[in-house]
Design a binder for this molecule. Structure first.
Ligand code: GLC
Length: 651
């Protein structure tokens, strides 16, 4: 769009650019800047237009984009152009991810490079390596307290190690996902140190107050994230003699995005990692980016403006790079991280589907899909060119973030139901085989979340301890059922390291003082490669899970209807234990896949009559893509065994 004010500002900025930049041939850069500048200007103006130094900051912003463009390696510039042409590339069903800690998985980045064949064996081609940036020894929130945003943690390796890993991954067509922790820095970051020493420029990077007056106002409406270990949202800094906002742990200082210098620094850091070869950047804790007294300081409109501006800027310098929004918030809020009032994603192209994750765990505990059906039905439709990350477990806890209205609709009392789920997964309910732990209990609100590995939460740990082959079978089947659900819903499935071989809880964290108070370490394993080797031994738990997933991944990749074009239709069925949906590729409407999952521990029947003509008329010729077999159908009723799933072809 041509717009006078922004255009004349752009001309002025281009005139004032550093001569070093001006003399370069930046053809693609200027084309993209011209195309995006109206949006960049409008957003930058909305956020910082009231400041006297607005224009100077705008010049700095454009210079930052240009400098990083100049540094961007040619090989990555070529990928940018390819992805611009094939702009739906990331919606393909061919992407399958895994998240891991490099130290837990393979010691460090070098070790990880030597294990790349493992991902290919399984079929994983998107690799999220959790924080590898410099962070303090001891407690660092699993690396999410960063003390230098441009240096690799020596424990993980060096920039050269990352470069060679990124090269190896690219040569095998595996995408690299890196974290940028936008919301806060460690209190040992240079900026925090300068702020502590009294430097006003850096005190303005954070939310710092002389007394409790303003902190108390914030506290009136701000919830607590880690109520047990880090109550409150402010920390007294003795050296500075001031209060600092610390929403997460006391050593994580919240960055202040109302200061454009912070915005430009962090954008520069995103582009820095994009230039190191990150195909995708995971933007941590984005819901928290903007704080406003009188609100819960989450999901604020300005947080969205910040993210949109980051996306538009990235579009100029590194347009091939995707953003993942890590916003573990209510369904109506999470959807906004793709961008509001838009047709295609204009904020983050990818977002964690925490709603689906929590709903699947609900189905495990209740052995039915009542809330799962209700919750997915209420999940707002997302934009085009936007996709979910569908996951079961990750390095964080499980929050029961479903909507109270949905719980009521499913026929439960919200408070009671949440309590039941917590009790189920902590093994306190009836004969529940789950071995999770309560995380983040808040005595004021009664809320709690859950820690524990996938295998331990589904009962595999208990079954192995008892040595009961039937229970082991059930747990293995449940692990496969759950994965079949994240591999087929629509979006990029994200596996979690160790789950592919049934890794159970890691109780060792209790011996480490810097971890003992945070039971999320229960499910942050050190990979046991002897156990992984058992995947090659027929009949072991490891082999059954690994091979099951390997096959599922290979089958998914061959089914175009599993690509994510908002092409999913939830089918209502009478039997509450079943979760059923239809996937149809927009370009191949004649070929659909009927996905069916039974969350009960006994066989269940699906009445084909209730599925509508299109499915009903086909049921004689249906075939399960996963097993290659025709399903058992009697009197128009399809039988699903306990924890069975089917991916049925409909021609
Ligand atoms: C994100 C991370 C989590 C961390 C928090 C604060 O939610 O996933 O592990 O504790 O941000 O950085």
């Amino acid at each position: 769009m041509y717009e006078q004010v922004s255009h004349s500002l752009l001309n002025e900025i281009l005139n004032e650019l550093n001569p070093e930049i001006k003399k370069r041939d930046l053809r693609y850069f200027y084309t993209r800047l011209g195309a995006n500048f109206y949006a960049i200007y409008s957003l930058f103006y909305q956020l910082y237009g009231h400041r006297n130094d607005f224009k100077a900051q705008a010049v700095r912003l454009v210079e930052t984009l240009a400098r990083q463009y100049i540094r961007r390696p040619d090989s990555l510039k070529k990928i940018d152009i390819d992805r611009e042409k094939d702009y739906n590339w990331f919606l393909s069903q061919e992407w399958v991810g895994m998240a891991l800690y490099s130290d837990g998985f393979a010691g460090n980045l070098k070790g990880l490079t030597s294990k790349v064949a493992y991902f290919q064996e399984l079929g994983v081609n998107v690799l999220h390596i959790m924080p590898i940036l410099k962070s303090p020894e001891g407690a660092s929130d699993g690396g999410y307290a960063v003390s230098n945003f441009r240096e690799i943690n020596p424990r993980a390796g060096t920039l050269d190690d990352l470069e060679s890993l990124s090269f190896t991954l690219r040569s095998r067509e595996i995408l690299l996902v890196l974290d940028v922790v936008l919301n806060h820095s460690s209190n040992e970051h240079e900026w925090a140190k300068k702020a502590r020493a009294g430097d006003q420029q850096y005190q303005d990077y954070y939310y710092i107050f002389d007394d409790r007056k303003i902190p108390d106002l914030y506290e009136e409406t701000m919830p607590e994230i880690f109520p047990e270990t880090a109550p409150g949202n402010f920390t007294w800094d003795e050296a500075m003699g001031k209060w600092v906002m610390t929403v997460f742990n006391h050593y994580q200082w919240d960055l202040n995005y109302s200061n454009p210098a912070v915005f430009i620094e962090m954008l520069d850091i995103i582009l820095f990692w994009a230039n190191q070869g990150a195909d995708v950047v995971r933007l941590d804790a984005v819901a928290f980016l903007w704080k406003k007294i009188g609100t819960n300081c989450q999901n604020q409109r300005e947080a969205h403006l910040v993210l949109q501006l980051m996306k538009d800027c990235c579009q100029v310098t590194a347009p091939g790079v995707l953003f993942i929004a890590e916003a573990i918030v209510a369904p109506v809020e999470v959807i906004k991280y793709f961008g509001e009032d838009a047709v295609i994603a204009k904020e983050c192209e990818v977002a964690y589907n925490a709603t689906y994750m929590a709903l699947l765990w609900d189905a495990v505990a209740t052995k039915n899909a009542k809330l799962l059906n209700q919750g997915i039905q209420s999940l707002p439709v997302k934009l085009d060119r936007a996709t979910w990350l569908n996951y079961l477990r990750g390095h964080d806890d499980i929050g029961l973030g479903f909507d109270d209205m949905d719980i009521l609709q499913a026929g439960y009392d919200p408070r009671e139901h949440r309590r039941f789920i917590i009790e189920y997964f902590t093994g306190a309910y009836g004969d529940s085989p789950a071995k999770g732990m309560k995380f983040g209990s808040n005595h004021k609100t009664g809320d709690a979340r859950i820690s524990g590995s996938l295998a331990s939460l589904v009962g595999l740990e208990a079954a192995l301890l008892r040595g009961d082959p039937d229970e082991i079978d059930m747990a293995v089947n449940l692990i496969l059922l759950l994965h079949s659900m994240i591999l087929s819903l629509g979006g990029i499935p994200l596996l979690y390291y160790g789950d592919e071989i049934g890794t159970t809880n890691n109780y060792g964290y209790r011996e480490d003082e810097s971890k003992a108070s945070d039971n999320r370490w229960l499910h942050r394993p050190v990979m046991d490669w002897n156990k992984a080797a058992l995947r090659n031994q027929h009949g072991t738990v490891e082999q059954r899970i690994f091979d099951g997933l390997k096959k599922m991944i290979a089958v998914r990749k061959g089914i175009p209807a599993f690509a994510d074009y908002n092409n999913r239709e939830l089918l209502h069925v009478e039997n509450p234990h079943l979760f059923i949906f239809l996937r149809t590729h927009p370009k191949q409407p004649a070929h659909s896949i009927l996905v069916a999952g039974n969350f009960d521990t006994s066989p269940q029947m699906l009445d084909m009559n209730t599925l509508g003509n299109r499915v009903y008329l086909q049921y004689h010729t249906m075939k399960d893509f996963y097993s290659g077999e025709s399903p058992t159908i009697r009197d128009g009723k399809l039988e699903l065994q306990a924890y069975q799933f089917l991916w049925l072809s409909i021609q």
